[in-house]
Design a binder for this molecule. Structure first.
Ligand SMILES: Cc1cc2nc3c(=O)[nH]c(=O)nc-3n(C[C@H](O)[C@H](O)[C@H](O)COP(=O)(O)OP(=O)(O)OC[C@H]3O[C@@H](n4cnc5c(N)ncnc54)[C@H](O)[C@@H]3O)c2cc1C
Length: 518
């Protein structure tokens, strides 16, 4: 017999051997000897009050063996001679589109502007140490896309858009820790992501797919509203039937290209702001109600904050406990920050984007002449401003949190995880009021919600500008562009996803749609 039950275990009890089994036996009123196995289905931490609990959902196997098979099996067959589907971009959307093509019996041919994960590392070092940004290989571009050198947080709110569990199981099949199947807030970590991405590449190649790195797509050849071919930067032209466009939200050249070809796009609301960095110990102290160090069995604490200021949301985004702030620019002349963390989240800093909603219809009056690209141009200007304020390198403009809110330049800054370095700058007056003013009010409010958060031991770092796409590439009910037959806008760049998991799910859906039309 198998029984699913919910269990709450206190911190000290959690440390004891067999605590789950004992608690399950007590809960069910049975002898613990009758329990053959306890399988954790979900685990979360409840630290809202002084007494910290671990919440578990478990399946208790009573006088019955634990089955060792998953309901998900990934059976791929050889597709080397099958009909082709071209996929532009090998981020989460492109990777999962390719895997799904193989499952469906189609041959994925992937074109990726960046390099393989290992070679990409060299270009990341060049950004961090020498302030050189390669426009095809950086924190956003290259094998695995923007998801590779990230935190690998796997939460999504898009539960209705696809089978989240299947994405998780497939990540585990390709080497992710099984823990992601049970954690309420699963994450993989930047040290583990590259090998998973590499394993996905090997599956695709093994079953007859093709992946071409350093192959930037620069043009679409369209005749009578049908996509005929794509052109690569080396002028090679490739005839195509169906193209899944999964180029991510940083591929501005793709938006410009589509716009220039009069292919319908739409301006989309998005969010921008700064990244705030605290010593992790401050966040632990607040969230776990402790003084000094957190208990050793607790993970570095995270937080999620939101407040409405003048009819716009100000909220935390992509919070990275025990992480690093990274330079996520994709071109010279811009500074963009983002966050990542290793699997153990054992760095001494906690960072998070704190961003303000930008309403594309109401907030961008000065940019109206750019039409559907107004949000993109606004985003670009902010990144340029950060570049100039940071001293024209990848050093980022920064201010102590209290100085930012109280409107004065910081004489000096706190230590940081951001490798290219920080430069003190008056972000409070540099940022457009619609962002800066709301952020300052938002931070003051966050200080009320989390006592100790508002501190001069934190830095705000500019700018967090690539939260989601400022442009939407429309698609119809068959996920095809309404004007261009054979073009399937996909993932975050199309405006259909935000994050690794939702992009992966959208990749699968686009593969299904594209194959259904061939
Ligand atoms: C530092 C960082 C940390 C992040 N942390 C998290 C996190 O913890 N959790 C989370 O859910 N999300 C995180 N994100 C966001 C997440 O990475 C993205 O939401 C996700 O990768 C989007 O997937 P995608 O496949 O749609 O696009 P992308 O991942 O952006 O992939 C697009 C790919 O297309 C390629 N490409 C672009 N233009 C062309 C072209 N013209 N020709 C050929 N190829 C092209 C690019 O090189 C890239 O590899 C993070 C992002 C960054 C930058």
């Amino acid at each position: 017999m198998v029984k699913d039950i919910q269990i709450r275990i206190q911190l000290e009890e959690e440390k004891q051997k067999d605590s789950l089994k004992k608690k399950a036996a007590r809960h069910l009123g049975i002898d613990s000897k009758d329990i053959t196995a306890v399988k954790v289905l979900r685990k979360s931490i409840d630290a809202r009050k002084e007494t910290i609990f671990f919440n578990y959902k478990v399946a208790v196997y009573i006088q019955e063996a634990l089955p060792n098979t998953s309901e998900y099996t990934f059976q791929y067959n050889d597709v080397s001679t099958a009909k082709e589907i071209h996929i532009v971009g090998f981020g989460p959307a492109g990777m999962f589109a390719a895997l799904r093509c193989i499952e469906l019996g189609y041959k994925p041919v992937v074109l990726e502007r960046g390099k393989k994960v290992q070679e990409r590392r060299r270009d990341l070092r060049a950004i961090n140490q020498f302030h050189i940004v390669d426009e095809d290989s950086n924190y956003c571009f290259g094998e695995g896309g923007a998801g590779t050198y990230s935190d690998g947080k796997l939460y999504t709110r898009s539960l209705k858009r696809g089978d989240v569990r299947k994405i998780f199981e497939n990540l585990v099949y390709h080497g992710a820790p099984e823990q992601i199947l049970v954690d309420a807030h699963p994450h993989i970590g930047t040290n583990k992501l590259p090998s998973i991405v590499q394993n996905i590449r090997e599956t695709i190649l093994k079953f007859g797919g093709e992946i071409h790195f350093e192959s930037r797509v620069v043009d679409f050849i369209i005749k009578e509203h049908k996509l005929q071919a794509i052109r690569l930067k080396d002028t090679k032209e490739i005839p195509v039937q169906a193209v899944i466009l999964a180029t991510g939200h940083s591929a501005r050249d793709i938006y410009y290209l589509l716009h220039q070809k009069n292919i319908k796009l739409r301006a989309k609301s998005f969010a921008m702001g700064v990244r705030v960095e605290h010593p992790q110990q401050i966040i632990d102290t607040i969230q776990y109600h402790c003084k000094g160090k957190r208990d050793e069995i607790l993970p570095p604490a995270s937080y999620s904050l939101v407040h409405q200021v003048n009819h716009r949301g100000v909220y935390s985004f992509c919070m990275c406990p025990g992480g690093f702030i990274v330079p996520a620019a994709t071109a010279h002349g811009e500074v963009v920050v983002n966050g990542m963390s290793p699997s153990r989240r054992n760095n001494q800093f906690a960072n998070s984007g704190i961003v303000v909603e930008i309403n594309a219809a109401q907030d961008l009056h000065k940019y109206e002449h750019f039409g559907v690209l107004k949000g993109l141009e606004f985003q670009k200007d902010l990144e340029k401003l950060a570049f100039l304020a940071g001293g024209r390198t990848q050093a980022a403009p920064a201010q102590r949190l209290t100085d930012f809110v109280e409107g004065r330049l910081s004489n000096n800054l706190n230590p940081t995880s951001y490798q290219p370095g920080l430069k003190s700058a008056p972000l409070h007056s540099l940022l457009p009021k619609l962002i800066g003013g709301r952020l300052r009010k938002g931070f003051a409010e966050f200080g009320q919600k989390m006592k100790g958060y508002y501190t001069n031991e934190a830095n705000v770092v500019g700018v967090e500008s690539r939260t989601s796409s400022p442009v939407n590439i429309p698609r119809n009910e068959h996920l095809e562009h309404p004007e261009i037959q054979g073009l399937y806008p996909c993932g975050e760049g199309g405006g259909y996803a935000g994050g690794i998991v939702s992009s992966a799910m959208d990749g699968e859906r686009c593969a299904e749609a594209a194959s259904g039309n061939l």
